[in-house]
Ligand binder design. Structure first.
Ligand SMILES: CC(C)(COP(=O)(O)OP(=O)(O)OC[C@H]1O[C@@H](n2cnc3c(N)ncnc32)[C@H](O)[C@@H]1OP(=O)(O)O)[C@@H](O)C(=O)NCCC(=O)NCCS
Length: 94
């Protein structure tokens, strides 16, 4: 079992996948390689987005709908695409 740690005030939208598992494609047996995922406070993972093994979404980052996170998401970054790239910085207005 591999951990997925989710902070507070997090939104994980419909069909998003937090995928901790990988397979070693250099091995004939495709051994499982599992790495934890951390979703910090205030993060939004958009609908049908995928967060890959070992990724940390740092606080208040956003992964837009359908995007694929293969690298960590910096705090307050808005990430888009496959692979997800920094598109904007999030500002939160009260
Ligand atoms: C819908 C979505 C793809 C729009 O992204 P986009 O087409 O790249 O939109 P743009 O970047 O062109 O945005 C146009 C403007 O609207 C704003 N905007 C877009 N989506 C926004 C959102 N969710 N919240 C606030 N502002 C938003 C942008 O900041 C931008 O403002 P600006 O022109 O002042 O910079 C993106 O917001 C997204 O993936 N949202 C998640 C949808 C989802 O998962 N819904 C499930 C709900 S449970």
């Amino acid at each position: 079992m591999t951990d997925v740690n989710i902070g507070s005030h997090v939104c994980i939208s419909q069909g998003a996948m937090l995928c901790t598992g990988n397979h070693n494609y250099s091995s004939p047996g495709f051994e499982l390689i599992a790495r934890p995922i951390i979703i910090e406070d205030g993060v939004w993972i958009g609908a049908k987005a995928l967060v890959g093994p070992g990724i940390t979404a740092f606080s208040h980052s956003v992964l837009t709908a359908g995007s694929i996170a293969t690298k960590n998401l910096d705090s307050y970054g808005i990430y888009q695409g496959n692979p997800a790239m920094l598109a904007k910085t999030r500002t939160i207005k009260p």
